[in-house]
Design a protein around this ligand. Structure first.
Ligand SMILES: [Zn+2]
Length: 412
């Protein structure tokens, strides 16, 4: 089997070459998805809906086929407090014998919103958790692989998916598997991309390789020749969406470049992504799918267990220590505001000795802006102050009678 695969690789020179997956395209997707405009893409919220719409528009632009009869790419599911949307599109296979079987590519597009505890935010409430690595990187990876395979279709059909509600406990992928919309028993394998944007020291975790009997024989020759330092793991479960597919009896593989100091923090931003690194990760995923496409069938193996890097828990403990230290340093302004009937916020009370009082604010002042961020309502006031740490100086623009004043407050 190993020799067969090696020969197969040699016989596909054009497909073994670096693909057309381009840094600029990846960057455009991630910069949009991880922009403040998307408010951290929380499932069921405005930002989450905008992310799903973005993916849907990309699927339509690329010419993917919808899987639903009404022609929509977005598949709704119920959340406790609203509606989440998974997004699904199909690239038809070229071989009539194999085209009713699917290779699936997926990644979640939701993240921790404006500091949503429910979605696992580790920063402060009202901070925008942009989730560039987690998981604008995987969402964009799905889009880039879809674009590639539209131009270079495989024998099998390809199911391209992005999920919502992952951060609340894999809710979207579970709902999708149970919805009856997907051809579950015709999905040969699922490739999950979750946090693939922070390649460091060439380390890439590849999980789920024991979930089909043939995976090692088929893929090890590719792995052996990879320039990446791969950590191969056989176990079928992970804190990510491949688990939902694995539990439905579908072989599922998980690509992950490991956690980092910005994990679930508002600092998980687009400018920290290793774009060249992500292209390398996506090229590996692409080649894995090209190899698996040569098979008519894979034999599922029910090999459970949490497949994660060995030092994952240790890194998480360091992370929680850092978060506790940050929480202890949260800065306070020390004022209470009320919302006026005609709009706007006015100062209702000042704590004695507080930053606000020392800055010279007075009861009755109308708060217009903080650090040049307008504060028309309570939410915007909270957002403007959300990241403030002890000792930070904030500029507060107020109206007092006929006057406008710009005051400086040192948070404490
Ligand atoms: Zn996450």
């Amino acid at each position: 089997m190993i020799c067969t695969t090696a020969l197969l690789l040699a016989a596909l020179p054009q497909q073994s070459l670096p693909s057309d997956i381009r840094v600029e395209d990846l960057k455009a997707h991630i910069e949009f998805l991880a922009s403040d405009e998307l408010e951290g893409r929380e499932a069921g919220k405005r930002g989450g809906h905008l992310a799903a719409e973005y993916v849907e528009n990309q699927f339509r632009r690329l010419g993917l086929k919808p899987i639903t009869e009404d022609g929509s790419y977005r598949i709704p599911f119920a959340l406790r407090d609203g509606t989440g949307y998974n997004v699904v599109g199909v690239i038809p296979g070229t071989d009539p014998e194999l085209a009713d079987t699917y290779l699936a590519i997926g990644g979640h597009h939701d993240h921790a919103g404006l500091g949503s505890q429910l979605s696992g935010a580790m920063g402060f409430p009202y901070e925008v958790h942009n989730g560039a690595d987690d998981n604008a990187s995987g969402t964009s990876g799905v889009l880039e692989l879809a674009e590639y395979f539209v131009a270079h279709p495989l024998k099998h059909s390809i199911l391209c998916m992005t999920f919502s509600g992952e951060e609340r406990g894999l809710l979207g992928s579970k709902a999708l598997i149970e919805s009856g919309v997907l051809p579950n028993d015709k999905i040969m394998v699922m490739l999950n991309l979750d946090m693939v944007g922070r390649l460091k020291n060439d380390y890439l975790f590849v999980g789920g390789l024991g979930t089909a009997a043939e995976l090692h024989d088929l893929l090890d020759p590719l792995f052996d020749h990879s320039s990446l330092k791969l950590k191969l793991d056989d176990r079928g479960e992970a804190p990510s969406d491949n688990t939902s597919f694995f539990h439905a009896g579908i072989p599922a593989i998980f690509l992950f470049t490991h956690i980092h100091e910005d994990y679930h923090m508002p600092s998980d931003d687009a400018d920290k992504i290793n774009y060249v690194g992500e292209v390398r990760v996506l090229n590996l995923g692409l080649q894995m799918l090209q190899i698996l496409d040569q098979q008519p069938h894979l034999s599922f193996v029910n090999l459970g267990g949490m497949g994660m890097p060995a030092d994952f828990m240790e890194k998480m403990s360091d992370h929680f220590r850092m978060i506790a230290a940050r929480r202890a340093n949260k800065g306070k302004l020390g004022l209470r505001v009320k919302v006026e009937a005609e709009g706007g916020l006015t100062v209702k009370a000042l704590s004695a000795g507080s930053a606000a009082e020392r800055a010279g604010l007075q009861v009755g002042d109308q708060v217009l802006a903080i650090n040049q961020q307008e504060t028309p309502n309570f939410d915007w006031l909270r957002r403007a102050l959300a990241s403030g740490m002890k000792g930070d100086v904030v500029k507060i623009k107020v109206r007092r009678g006929e006057q406008q004043l710009l005051l400086s407050a040192t948070l404490q």
